[in-house]
Design a protein around this ligand. Structure first.
Ligand code: ATP
Length: 163
């Protein structure tokens, strides 16, 4: 099976004593079957975490920081690794190959920039980037693996009052 390695981020920001997380709404036409089912079920756009393929010569945390910048418009600092998620999907292009995918996720802290201020060409992948309450993220995110990452981020901030 073809393999893909990606990396992404759970970017958190504290505002008025509450933690917020950067999420993206992928454009409807590019979302897969699971995502479309989820959209129908909840009646609102699918939410996902920013992520992307690790480029040759790039280290996974570098990819995660770059993808966060490109897909959300914000710059962040690495806090810790949250974990790896794995899934299999079927390509909708080419000869419809099955892909085994591993995505490493990192907890990051917001540094600068405005959410959703992204390059025009990124609109192919991102309809909108926005802050959601970290507390709500495990429910709002569409995919099981990403829900787990948000849950780990929640546990991390609860255990690290110094953040
Ligand atoms: P990348 O963001 O890594 O460049 P991509 O946008 O090319 O990747 P994916 O986001 O992996 O591709 O989406 C490919 C397929 O897998 C889509 O059908 C999508 O709905 C589905 N998918 C995406 N994330 C997950 C996940 N965490 N669990 C299960 N299926 C997922």
């Amino acid at each position: 099976m073809v393999r893909e390695i990606s990396a992404g981020g759970v970017v958190i920001r504290n505002r008025d004593g509450a933690w917020w997380m950067a999420a993206i709404e992928p454009p409807n036409e590019s979302t897969g079957a699971a995502a479309r089912r989820s959209l129908r079920a909840v009646g609102r756009p699918v939410l996902a975490l920013p992520k992307g393929l690790v480029d040759p010569g790039e280290k996974s945390p570098e990819t995660a920081l770059r993808e966060v910048r490109e897909e959300t418009g914000v710059t962040a600092d690495l806090v810790t690794k949250l974990g790896d998620i794995k899934y299999v999907y079927t390509r909708t292009w080419g000869d419809g190959q099955r892909v085994f995918k591993i995505v490493s996720f990192y907890l990051m802290r917001y540094q600068s920039g405005r959410i959703n201020h992204i390059a025009l060409e990124m609109r192919i992948e991102v309809a909108r980037a926005k802050w959601v309450r970290l507390q709500d993220a495990p429910t709002l995110l569409a995919y099981k693996g990403e829900k787990q990452m948000a849950q780990r981020a929640l546990e991390y901030v609860k255990a690290h009052a110094e953040l």
